[in-house]
Design a protein around this ligand. Sequence first.
Ligand SMILES: [Cu+2]
Length: 154
Amino acid sequence: MRSRAPQGTRASLRASGRGAAVVRAGLPALALIVVAASALACPLQPADGEPIAGDGVSLAWRAEPEPIPVGQHFRLLVVACTAAGGPFPGPIAVDALMPVHRHGMNYRPSIVDGGDGRFAVEGMLFHMPGHWQIVFEAGASPARQRLAADVNVE
Ligand SMILES: [Cu+2]
């Protein structure tokens, strides 16, 4: 940041000794404010959606649009955190099925890793109403966690 400051700014900081000290002291405080304002993904917040806790990973998900429409594409927005409270690095896989009917979706969703424990699951589609189970698989084998959420769509 400082290297990008125009020459004129640097010159004026040097010129006024006391003012420069104030500006320098202010920089770390400004950085802290910026970090706080950018809303860290972890720990999970109520606004992140429905929480599911696993062993070593916990996640929250919400659908867009909400409620989930039948026969229309929707996406899931997922925030995943480690047991230590940091962002879960992935990978995440998502599928959905109707356990009673013994079938899944007719579409394979794609995962967009947004970084910082945030994932978007694009291209979900529930082709019939009823009881669906959304299955999240977090992490790589053999430490992969299976987390399921039950959803009723009408
Ligand atoms: Cu079905």
